[in-house]
Design a protein around this ligand. Structure first.
Ligand code: NAX
Length: 339
């Protein structure tokens, strides 16, 4: 990370709608700061022409931080020496498609991308999986990249955290940068558990617990939880397209914090990431990619935030989303083994 070589960033699904906002943010320095980047854009063969148009636009932006653009539909070319991979591209759910058919299509995408990462990328690569089902896709990707540490794979749940924090800010009538540590536990799906028990807001120049200030247990347990869980569907219903600008923004937040760390003066900031569970923390089963609160040091190593006390209500919600992830994992592994 210390070297001044450009950061080689792979963005998959590069011709899609999230990538259209994401590429701009990465090229503008919002993730890696004033550091040169090589943008590697991967999509499928039928999208190669669209990708050409995206490359033309990148050129026309005159980004001073972009040292090179590679647009490709070849996995080996895409993942060669990659430092960071933002795996956005996936098969969308079509009307009438069963969940298991979606899982099948996507598991295979992330299996072959895992194999390519294993073979071609730097062993220090950091991977964030965005394409749904993000947690299970991240698990499969990691499974097929055994030479890369499991800690280097993650699933995006930062959008859910951002949504949760925005809701608290709105409820309290304060700016969103005065809310932190809203935690997302579990799966990036409607079983996720958005948890305000460790959230903080600023009063004067001090961070204080948010729950006593909100002082509305019914809102916290009901309206807040379900609104965050269903926010993605609400955006689709209104826009007729899924979240794109806010998803790209969350990927930026996720990777920037992973790259430079969340360390603040008191080391109190927590961010949510779907990460490998070793079965040792907060009663989360081993072998799934479960979203937890993490702290990240300046070298980019994350650790799960410690000593958070979990009550019975939280426990039940955490177990419910774990059960869904175990089910998804078993179905995904069955698909991979059948190939
Ligand atoms: P789009 O359909 O606009 O773009 C997806 C792109 O991926 C397309 O250009 C497609 O050709 C490409 N693609 C498909 N298979 C590929 C493969 N094997 N290799 C490379 N590229 C491939 O979708 P978009 O709105 O950009 O969403 C992308 C994914 O993000 C979807 O799976 C979506 O469900 C997921 N999301 C995840 C979120 C999260 O918080 N984890 C939130 C936003 C979003 O819903």
């Amino acid at each position: 990370m210390e070297s001044k070589e450009p950061v080689r960033v792979v963005i998959t699904g590069a011709a899609g709608q999230i990538a259209y906002s994401l590429i701009y943010a990465v090229a503008k320095g919002q993730v890696f700061g004033e550091r040169q980047v090589v943008l590697v854009l991967l999509d499928i063969p039928v999208m190669v022409n669209v990708l050409k148009g995206v490359v033309m636009e990148i050129t026309d932006c005159n980004f001073h931080l972009v040292s090179k653009v590679v647009a490709t539909d070849k996995l080996d070319e895409a993942f060669k020496d990659a430092d960071v991979a933002m795996l956005v591209g996936a098969m969308p759910r079509r009307e009438g498609m069963e969940r298991k058919d979606l899982l099948k299509a996507n598991v295979n995408i992330f299996k072959v991308q895992g194999q390519a990462i294993d073979q071609f990328a730097k062993k220090t690569i950091k991977v964030v999986v965005v394409g749904n089902p993000a947690n299970t896709n991240a698990l499969i990707c990691s499974k097929y990249a055994p030479s890369i540490p499991k800690e280097n794979f993650s699933a995006l749940t930062r959008l859910d955290q951002n949504r949760a924090q925005a809701m608290v800010a709105e409820k309290m009538g304060i700016p969103c940068n005065e809310v932190r540590n809203c935690i997302i536990w579990g799966n990036h799906s409607s079983t996720q558990f958005p948890d305000l028990n460790f959230a903080e807001i600023t009063v004067g120049d001090k961070w204080v617990p948010a729950m006593p200030a909100i002082n509305d247990d019914d809102w916290v347990k009901n309206e807040f939880v379900t609104t965050v869980q269903k926010r993605g569907a609400a955006v689709i219903a209104a826009r007729k397209l899924s979240s794109a600008m806010s998803a790209a923004n969350a990927i930026v937040d996720h990777v920037r914090d992973w790259w430079i760390g969340t360390d603040d003066e008191n080391d109190k900031k927590m961010v949510s990431m779907g990460v490998w569970s070793d079965g040792q923390t907060y009663g989360i089963p081993e072998g799934i990619m479960y979203s937890v609160p993490v702290k990240i040091d300046k070298k980019g190593n994350w650790t799960i935030a410690k000593d958070l006390s979990i009550n019975q209500w939280q426990r039940e919600k955490m177990d419910l989303t774990a059960a869904e992830l175990l089910e998804e994992r078993n179905a995904a592994i069955e698909i991979c083994d059948a190939e």
